[in-house]
Design a protein around this ligand. Structure first.
Ligand code: ZN
Length: 292
């Protein structure tokens, strides 16, 4: 199945919903970074959240970044998406291995850590980006994103994210959904949705049964004037280039550039998101430093 995201409304627009299947995107992340199962789940859940949240961006050039920094062995997670759901990301320690948790699930909270913070940065082309900052509530990521929506955006939300690996540690399914209550939502609708969600199987169970984003939205919002308003693709895509790397290298400053040029006669810069390597010669470094 191709990766895609559905955006929908229900209850005459007082509920908005997005649901996605992101298996290929997360598999690509696993291939690029050599992620262990628990690192795949942590990065995959965060990438899925970013892909879903990309549907809420207003401008075509807007970008959204999720940064999670917990006190667990994974170190940190950085995920960036544009408004077309071109998503990229990395974790600080892709080789974290942890035994399954007491529920027999990948121990994402154990890898991320239960203490730390989550940032959502939205660059909307304004002078300053929007930055929402919350403390982690569980390190399981979906709950942390739920808390972010409630606290930073004042939008009551249900967030479910799931990544499954098979017996050979390869991603077999990934996806999730976000349901949000908008101003003016009917109390009866809230009760109905809470009832549906209470009996809804875990998102990993739904995905492993082959349920599609359409199926999942129908299970929650059927009979509530559910309208699919958009179907969009999503994918792993890095936008690094030699020019971007050049800007990173230049930001080291003149003194540092001259010293690297003199001592190492060149420098290699590696993209965190896709591991592409860019080599800069001694001459280039000196010219960046203004010493030509
Ligand atoms: Zn890259």
């Amino acid at each position: 199945m191709e990766d895609y995201i559905l955006r929908a409304t229900a209850c005459d627009g007082t509920i908005r919903a997005v649901a996605a299947v992101t298996t290929n995107m997360v598999r690509e992340a696993q291939n690029i970074h050599g992620l262990t199962p628990v690192a795949s789940a942590a990065l995959g859940r965060t990438m899925t959240a970013a892909a879903l949240m990309s549907r809420f961006l207003k401008g075509s050039k807007d970008t959204l970044t999720i940064q999670i920094k917990g006190d667990g062995p994974l170190g940190g997670i950085v995920v960036v998406t544009d408004s077309d759901a071109n998503v990229r990301g990395y974790v600080n320690n892709p080789l974290v291995y942890l035994p399954l948790n007491e529920m027999g699930k990948l121990d994402v909270a154990g890898a991320v850590g239960r203490t730390g913070y989550l940032n959502v940065i939205k660059d909307m082309g304004l002078k300053e980006p929007y930055i929402g900052y919350v403390d982690l509530v569980s390190g399981e990521i979906a709950e942390d994103i739920t808390y972010y929506f409630a606290y930073s955006e004042q939008t009551p939300s249900v967030v479910a994210l799931g990544v499954l690996t098979n017996s050979t540690d390869i991603i077999s399914a990934s996806g999730g959904f976000i349901i949000q209550l908008m101003p003016g939502v009917d109390e009866g609708a809230i009760d109905m949705i809470e009832g549906k969600l209470a009996s809804l199987p875990a998102v990993t169970t739904l995905l492993s049964e082959g349920k599609t984003p359409e199926d999942i939205l129908n299970m929650i919002l059927e009979g509530k004037n559910l309208k699919i308003v958009e179907k969009a693709g999503c994918r792993y895509r890095c936008n690094c280039s030699r020019e971007r790397m050049e800007r990173n290298i230049m930001s080291l400053g003149k003194k540092e550039l001259v010293s690297i040029a003199n001592e190492q006669h060149g420098a290699e810069a590696q993209c965190h998101f896709c591991n592409s390597k860019y080599w800069f010669t001694e001459q280039e470094l000196l010219s960046f430093a203004g010493e030509k």
